[in-house]
Design a protein. Structure first.
Lengths: 254, 271
């Protein structure tokens, strides 16, 4: 309770400081709206459904892009961890690709796919897949060899060992990688939505973009808050339960 | 607690005889090659408990791994029940020094792991067998516990139950008690003797603790390093169950330790 109180106090102070900057500062209301302005925007946008629609569009893209990145990154990471051929080729490629900020894929995606849903997904997948691949790879490399040896003397063979020993043993690190991949997906998607102005769906990134075009700073700040909230919510809903499970079963803090 | 021992389908696996024939294992390092084992031969009878003792680096663990099929020798053969060992096999289970228990499974899940690889058992039978062995090591109450919640001694007990449950013909133990405190270790010596007394498996146990070897083994085999070789062996005829603090056992351990020291001194003088 005291911790909650402390946090509440901190954020109240932050809001007060914001309000003070608006009231006593010399900046224009156009550049720095008051907290109440942003609140009014949020209520209005929630009321007319534009915020919810944008969140749903964004959420769907995020989920699809992330899942594709996961489905590609996990098995490829297992391959690069286990086979030298893959680590010398695909592993190298992944290392290089991971250093490339995903927004750098936008020009290429636009030329290849045009202003389409595919372009957005492509950017998200490129931003997600490589980091998940690398996290899975390094996760599997840190598994104690003892587990596989013990399993083999109990009669476990290649595929069985991979599925029932290597994979579960790597879970703590893989979850960390999945979490990192999620963060990358979220960043990539926002970059893509801001730069790829497509007609098929109006996401949170687009709201942000048009907020700037229309000089609606209350909208810009409001959408930024929503983006933070969505990120936090996803973390709570998806990764929190997984981490709690790992903590209970492994005794690990992940 | 339901009485599950009544119909536990415990087939009695015939303990296997192990024959080690002129095994040589070379490790190649930057400085040159080292013979971890040089033409080592050893025979372990059906249901015999043999302890391999020696200073670290004498190749005793390497030999155990070769018996298990986890490592390949450069020369020589291991025969288990007359068959050449080509790879790991659930008839020769290894119990490791540190706990190799799987942290993603609970205690029961760990004991079930090897049983699930036996196609001839159905779900219910597997559970009965697993519970039977958990009871044997006194951990029935902890079947749903997570591995990280157990003490070191309890972990090794689970490991013992997990090794015994699939009913291997040979149990290979690689310093299974080295990481435990003295009291826990003494308790486990009793437990292991009691269990082995009931289902006589062929056991090969590697240790650097001479007393432990005398307490547990029918035979104690002495190794010396560089290159790893068998230098001597002692038959232990003391009545069972043996207490590690028994004076006669201590005297015998003393004698074997002296022999080991002699070997080491001769070797030091020779080089």
């Amino acid at each position: 309770m005291t911790r909650g109180l402390r946090a509440a106090l901190f954020f109240a102070l932050l809001l007060a400081a914001w309000q003070a900057a608006v009231s006593f500062g010399h900046s224009s209301r156009l550049l720095l709206p008051a907290p109440a302005d942003v609140g009014r925007y949020l209520v209005r946008a929630a009321g007319d459904g534009s915020l919810l629609d944008a969140s749903l569009v964004t959420g769907r893209r995020l989920l699809v892009g992330y899942l594709v990145g996961l489905v590609l990154g996990l098995p490829l990471g297992m391959l690069t961890a286990r086979f030298k051929v893959f680590s010398d080729t695909l592993g190298m490629l992944a290392l290089g690709m991971q250093t490339l900020p995903s927004v750098c894929w936008v020009p290429l995606a636009l030329l290849w796919f045009g202003q389409t849903e595919t372009a957005v997904l492509f950017v998200v997948i490129m931003g997600t897949m490589w980091s998940i691949l690398i996290a899975t790879d390094s996760g599997i490399r840190t598994i104690p060899v003892l587990y596989a040896r013990a399993a083999r003397t109990m009669g476990s063979r290649r595929f069985h060992t991979l599925l029932f020993v290597t994979f579960p043993a790597s879970l703590p690190v893989v979850i960390t990688g999945m979490k990192q991949g999620w963060a990358f997906a979220w960043r990539s998607l926002m970059a893509a939505e801001i730069y790829v102005t497509i007609i098929t769906g109006f996401g949170l990134g687009h709201l942000l973009h048009y907020g700037r075009e229309l000089h609606a700073m209350d909208q810009v700040l409001g959408v930024m808050l929503v983006i933070i909230a969505v990120g936090l919510l996803a973390d709570r809903l998806i990764f929190w339960p997984a981490q709690r499970y790992l903590h209970r079963r492994w005794g690990l803090e992940v | 607690m339901q009485p599950h021992h009544a119909h536990v389908p415990l087939e009695e696996a015939q303990p296997a005889k192990l024959l080690v024939e002129r095994i040589t294992k070379r490790f190649v390092t930057k400085r040159g090659s080292v013979d971890a084992l040089h033409e080592v031969s050893l025979s372990v009878e059906e249901g015999e408990f043999v302890c391999l003792v020696g200073p670290s680096g004498c190749g005793k663990s390497t030999l155990l791994n070769i018996m298990a099929g986890l490592e390949k020798p450069d020369a020589g053969d291991v025969l288990a029940a007359g068959q050449r060992v080509a790879g790991p096999d659930r008839h020769r289970l290894v119990m490791f020094q540190e706990s190799a228990l799987f942290p993603w499974l609970d205690v029961l899940g760990n004991v079930l792991f090897g049983l699930k690889l036996k196609r001839d058992l159905d779900r219910k039978m597997r559970h009965q067998v697993a519970l039977h062995y958990l009871e044997m090591v006194g951990l029935t109450r902890f079947q749903r516990a997570n591995v990280h919640e157990l003490s070191g001694g309890m972990k090794q007990r689970v490991a013992l139950a997990r090794s015994l449950a699939p009913n291997p013909r040979v149990l290979l133990m690689d310093e299974p008690f080295a990481a435990l405190d003295a009291l826990t270790r003494e308790q486990l010596y009793f437990d292991l003797q009691r269990i082995w007394g009931k289902n006589r498996k062929t056991i090969v146990l590697v240790t650097h603790n001479v007393r432990e070897a005398v307490c547990l083994g029918d035979r104690v085999v002495l190794f010396s390093p560089a290159p790893g070789r068998i230098r001597d062996e002692f038959k232990v005829d003391l009545p069972r169950p043996r207490d590690i603090n028994d004076p006669e056992l201590a005297r015998m351990a003393h004698r074997i330790t002296d022999a080991l020291k002699d070997i080491m001194n001769q070797q030091a003088a020779a080089t």
